[in-house]
Design a protein around this ligand. Sequence first.
Ligand code: PGA
Length: 251
Amino acid sequence: MTQRRPLIAGNWKMNCLRADGLALASGLAAKASEKGTLGCDILVCPPATLLSDVVGVTKDSAVGVGGQDCHAAVSGAHTGDIAAPMLADIGAGYVLVGHSERRADHGESSTDIRRKAIAAHDADLIAVVCVGETEQERDLGATLSVVNGQVAVSVPDGATAKNTVIAYEPVWAIGTGRTASVAEVAEVHTAIRAELVKRFADGNEFRILYGGSVKPSNAAELLALEDVDGALVGGASLKLEDFWKIIETCA
Ligand code: PGA
């Protein structure tokens, strides 16, 4: 059986002014250093305004830092956007691409997301490619075809288990307090694994995270599933104690 080291990632979304964000990041770094050996990798994805400072306060710790999005181009006339090399330049190691809030709020397609993932790889960032069905798609019985379709188009051919992480986040479970059942999560993760194994020589080594209302009370049962290799955590990642409890389920 392949040993995949879990990744617990916090997506802060559009939250945290400087004081709160730095307190959260430095608190996390302190806990990680105090603990010493950890059972997982830790990542936080703060808003762009805090990235540099969060890199600063976590730099001697096990806490990795990532952006929440990047542009597909390396530079140019794209007001308001951030290029992948800019994230790498300030010391980020990861970037989320294709979060459902970006797909919905900014009309990003899976093709756009593949381009962003390629830009991330070119800048030596690990791309966390997010996929997931809407409630309507689930009700129509289209979950696996939607998710497999998103994986097929969003994940570039140059992806490897080292430069890419997949995050399965059912849209209806994000920020709603509704988590997918263990059986629902297992079914989709198994299907994503099968697609990755079909397409990539190291398909078995890719980490597949679950996201959508992950909290201390449900993390253990989700993380115990064979093909769940970590979590992408929104709301609960803004509370140090809660995020830490999720991290500790991997100990
Ligand atoms: P949530 O968000 O944990 O608040 O549901 C997860 C995400 O959108 O990444």
